[in-house]
Write a protein that binds this ligand. Structure first.
Ligand code: UDP
Length: 247
């Protein structure tokens, strides 16, 4: 259903509302699911990182997190209805969860996951938070993190270690946490929810200029942003031309 491909990476061309419906279906399924929020930089990174590319190909849902994906998808004739960000999806999902489902927040700087959990709980008093913990994506910390998660058996696990670390972590360890139905890599979501970082004003978001806001707030992101706004469109156009020549 509505899966397109950009630079060899499957993207689910769905709306925010459809994304929540898909997540709700996953929660009642027997199977475990890995949900990713690919953005333009991640698609560029995947070209040089085969293991990450493979994880993107195997995940169950790839939400179009960046405006670049929406725009370049349309450029190559693959319709992507809208941008579906990690932070918006986490917020919308937590608003519709019942007390039957519990959530664990893993990652970000110490104290941030707890603050993000408090913010989610303040907005959604019925929300069941199973736990919140910074941890680290390092392999030698994995056993203790997994034990901590298994102690409280959450149904949803949000992981904020940045890409590709968060998704490599999920791909490697998800099956060791049997209660988890959905594990989702969420990037900087906890920072936004905790108020440690501010999202771009709505006008910039709707103009597709959130990347510019992040550049102003965090100039050290320049190399990543250049990958997103220059290298990514360049690679997509190049791939499109070589596909046309090969046909
Ligand atoms: N992070 C972490 N451990 C690491 C690397 C990153 O907890 O080893 C966290 C970082 O604190 C931030 C998130 O991962 O909360 C990634 O944020 P970033 O802004 O890079 O993600 P984006 O929103 O761009 O995907």
């Amino acid at each position: 259903m509505s899966r397109i491909s950009i630079l060899g990476v499957p993207i689910d061309a769905i709306t925010r509302e459809q994304a929540i419906e898909r997540l709700a279906d996953m929660l009642v399924s027997e199977r475990q699911h890995h949900v990713m929020t690919p953005n333009s930089e991640m698609l560029v990174a995947a070209q040089k990182h085969p293991a990450f590319h493979q994880v993107l190909q195997r995940s169950d849902l790839n939400l179009p997190d960046s405006q670049g994906i929406v725009t370049m998808g349309r450029y190559i004739g693959q319709y992507v209805p809208e941008r579906v960000t990690g932070v918006d999806t986490v917020t919308a999902l937590c608003a519709v969860l019942t007390e039957a489902d519990s959530v664990f927040l893993l990652g970000a700087a110490p104290g941030i996951a707890e603050k993000a959990a408090e913010a989610l709980k303040a907005k959604n008093p019925h929300l069941r938070i199973a736990g919140a913990y910074a941890g680290t994506p390092k392999a030698h910390d994995a056993n203790s993190i997994i034990a901590r998660i298994n102690d409280v058996h959450p149904h949803i696990l949000f992981v904020a270690y940045g890409a590709p670390k968060q998704d490599l972590w999920i791909a490697e360890y998800l099956q060791e946490m049997p209660s988890v139905r959905i594990a989702m890599g969420v990037g900087g979501t906890f920072d936004f929810l905790a108020g440690a970082k501010k999202r771009a004003p709505l006008l910039l978001q709707t103009m597709g200029l959130e990347w510019f806001w992040r550049l102003v707030c965090e100039p050290r992101r320049l190399p990543r942003i250049l990958n997103a706004v220059l290298v990514f469109p360049f690679l997509v156009i190049l791939r499109q031309r070589s596909d046309v020549v090969a046909r």
